[in-house]
Design a protein around this ligand. Structure first.
Ligand code: DX5
Ligand code: ZN
Length: 230
C-alpha cells in the first residue's frame, strides 16, 4: 500500500474542469490532455436554478465526446436530474455526478445512469452530511465531495471539507466499499491537493486553481499537479 493506504501504483487521477479552459483553445487543450495521459474531462452543467449560473449544455457535451477518447466526468448541477439524464447521450465508462440535494429520487437516478452504462457518482455540497450515502452505497461508483459551494470557478476552499474527505474514506473502508472512489471539486490547488490526497481523495477536479494557471503551460501545471497526488 502507498502512503495514502491505496494499492501500490494507484496514482491520483486528474479531471480538468473544462469550464475553466479558454473556449477558443479547447481543442488544443484537449489534444494536450490526451498527450499528457489525463484520465477524465470534468464537464460542469449548470441550469441557473440548482446553482445561480449557467454552464455547458447538451450539444457542447455531445460535441466534446465526439472530439476525444478521454472519458467524460459530467457534473450535473441541475434541479431534478431525473428529468434531464436522457438528454446527454451518456456512454459506458463515463462518470455522471448529480447532487443529493437536487432530487428526492437519488436511488432512481443512480439506476437510470447504470442502465445507460454510465458510472453514477453522488455529489454532496459542503454542508451535506455523509449520512446521505447510508442507503446509496450499493448504487454509486464514486462520491463527489464539493470543496467549495457549487456554481463558480475561482472560489476558496471550505476548510472543514478536508476532514469530510478523511471521514468519507474511513466510512467507505469500514463498510467494505473501498472500491468507491472519492472525487474532490473546488479550489483544488496543488497545495490543497496534497492535503486532499493524504485525506483519501482519488480524483481531482483541476480548474483555475489546479491546471489552468496564468503564465504556466498545461504540460508544466499538470506535471507539478501530478507530484502532489502520487
Ligand atoms: C464549481 C465547479 C468546479 C470549478 C473548479 O462549481 O464545479 O469544477 O470549475 O474550478 P476552480 O479550480 O477554479 O475552483
Ligand atoms: Zn464540477
Amino acid at each position: 500500500m502507498n502512503a495514502n493506504g491505496k494499492p501500490k501504483g494507484q496514482r491520483g487521477k486528474i479531471s480538468p474542469s473544462i469550464m475553466c479552459s479558454p473556449l477558443f483553445d479547447l481543442e488544443k487543450n484537449v489534444r494536450e490532455f490526451e498527450r499528457l495521459g489525463i484520465e477524465y474531462l470534468h464537464m460542469d452543467v449548470m441550469d441557473g436554478r440548482f446553482v445561480p449560473n449557467y454552464m455547458l449544455g447538451t450539444d457542447f457535451i455531445r460535441q466534446l465526446r465526439a472530439l476525444t477518447r478521454i472519458p467524460l466526468d459530467v457534473h450535473l448541477m441541475v434541479e431534478r436530474p431525473e428529468d434531464v439524464v436522457d438528454w446527454f447521450g451518456f456512454a459506458p465508462g463515463e462518470y455522471v455526478s448529480f447532487h443529493y440535494e437536487s432530487t428526492v429520487h437519488a436511488q432512481r437516478v443512480c439506476g437510470k445512469l447504470k442502465d445507460m452504462g454510465a458510472k453514477p457518482m453522488l455529489a454532496l455540497n459542503p454542508a451535506t452530511p455523509l449520512a446521505a450515502l447510508d442507503y446509496l452505497l450499493p448504487d454509486v461508483s464514486a462520491v463527489l465531495l464539493m470543496t467549495v459551494n457549487p456554481g463558480f470557478a475561482g472560489q476558496k476552499l471550505v476548510p472543514q471539507t478536508l476532514k469530510k474527505i478523511s471521514d468519507l474514506r474511513l466510512m467507505l473502508d469500514e463498510r467494505g466499499c473501498s472500491q468507491i472512489e472519492i472525487e474532490v471539486d473546488g479550489n483544488v490547488s496543488p497545495e490543497n491537493a496534497v492535503k486532499m490526497r493524504s485525506a483519501g481523495a482519488d480524483i481531482f477536479v483541476a480548474g483555475t486553481s489546479g491546471v489552468f494557471l496564468k503564465g504556466k503551460s498545461l504540460e508544466q501545471s499538470v506535471a507539478e499537479f501530478r507530484e502532489c497526488i502520487k
